[in-house]
Write a protein that binds this ligand. Structure first.
Ligand code: ZN
Length: 329
């Protein structure tokens, strides 16, 4: 992400931990173990499984090729009509509705997850629109931003949409109802206010906004952004701070496990967790919500991962496993 969220928050080094020592100790331990000791990590993973993360051993549902190509895929077909003869079409003018496939049963049955693909690949063509100021309760901010790119031009918005489709597939395989905030079906946006509203109006059990960072080379790794406690205007995060922290903790641990990535080395004090009070998408959320910055697009080693479809599948699976742990564990 850029502008809206790429600037590191003031790093006091204590923003994450002092008021929640139990959490801090655990998250530091978990992430530190994941980075440093594979054998211990295996034990930790087992602990997670026994604790009921529930998704181990289940294969992620393969994505149709159309997903990998970035098209809307499944949804593009939903309104299609038979390509048979006009006679055949005319004989069934009422076109019996095709029953929706039965949702998969799993630990997320009955749960709704909203997935927010950060930015939009069209934003850079609509800077006037996305630069409009919107009310985030605690202040005003741009409607949306362009996001960053790798040095070779792979857009953050392409990355976030691809991971979001993979994440949707993984969550649906666990029985969840998944709502995307957009499907690259609009020229720009949506604004951060609308992204938050979609999660709220869906009564989402969890919301994840997918991003990648754009900071200097040498800065590496992932981090999960948690909502700070804020109150102002339409913003009041008092009820989501705690569950969002648990959601973020679950996602960080599982993301480290599935991708092998380490927590960011440039913020978060090695925990892979950062609290921020300046993101409209978090401030305006009434549902448990986090952002994840999957890596640094401006670092060559991170970029090599972010541009790999195989790595993006691991990233999506890690996020999905974290959500399963949060909702179904
Ligand atoms: Zn972003």
């Amino acid at each position: 992400m850029r502008k809206d969220d790429s600037a590191p928050p003031p790093e006091s080094g204590s923003s994450v931990s002092p008021d929640r020592p139990w959490f801090s100790r655990r998250s530091t331990l978990v992430v530190g173990v994941a980075a440093l000791a594979p054998a211990a990590l295996a034990g930790w993973v087992l602990t997670q499984v026994l604790a009921g993360s529930g998704s181990e051993g289940q294969q992620p549902r393969p994505l149709p090729a159309s997903h990998a190509a970035g098209s809307p895929g499944r949804d593009a077909k939903s309104g299609s009509t038979p390509s048979g003869s006009p006679t055949a079409a005319a004989s069934t003018p009422a076109a019996a509705p095709v029953p929706a496939p039965a949702p998969a049963q799993g630990p997320l049955s009955g749960k709704t997850v909203v997935v927010d693909p950060g930015h939009n690949t069209g934003n850079f063509k609509h800077t006037d629109e996305i630069d409009q100021q919107v009310d985030i309760g605690t202040g005003r901010k741009e409607c949306d931003t362009t996001g960053t790119t790798t040095n070779s031009g792979y857009m953050e918005a392409e990355f976030t949409y691809d991971v979001s489709l993979r994440l949707r597939a993984a969550l649906e395989a666990q029985g969840a109802k998944v709502v995307l905030t957009h499907q690259q079906d609009r020229a720009w946006g949506p604004c951060i206010t609308e992204r938050a509203r979609i999660g709220n109006e869906a009564n989402a059990d969890a919301v994840v906004s997918v991003h990648a960072d754009g900071v200097s080379a040498g800065s590496r790794g992932f981090h999960v952004i948690l909502p700070a406690k804020v109150k102002g205007g339409a913003a009041d995060t008092s009820k989501i701070v705690e569950p969002s922290r648990e959601l973020g903790e679950r996602i960080a641990g599982n993301f480290a496990r599935t991708t092998g990535s380490a927590p960011a080395n440039y913020l978060g004090s090695g925990t892979g967790l950062v609290v921020r009070d300046d993101l409209g998408g978090l401030n305006l959320s009434t549902r448990p919500k986090v952002f994840i910055e999957c890596g640094n697009m401006r670092d060559a080693k991170d970029a090599a991962q972010l541009t790999s479809p195989e790595w993006r599948q691991k990233a999506a699976q890690g996020i999905a496993d974290g959500i399963v742990g949060f909702l179904g564990g």
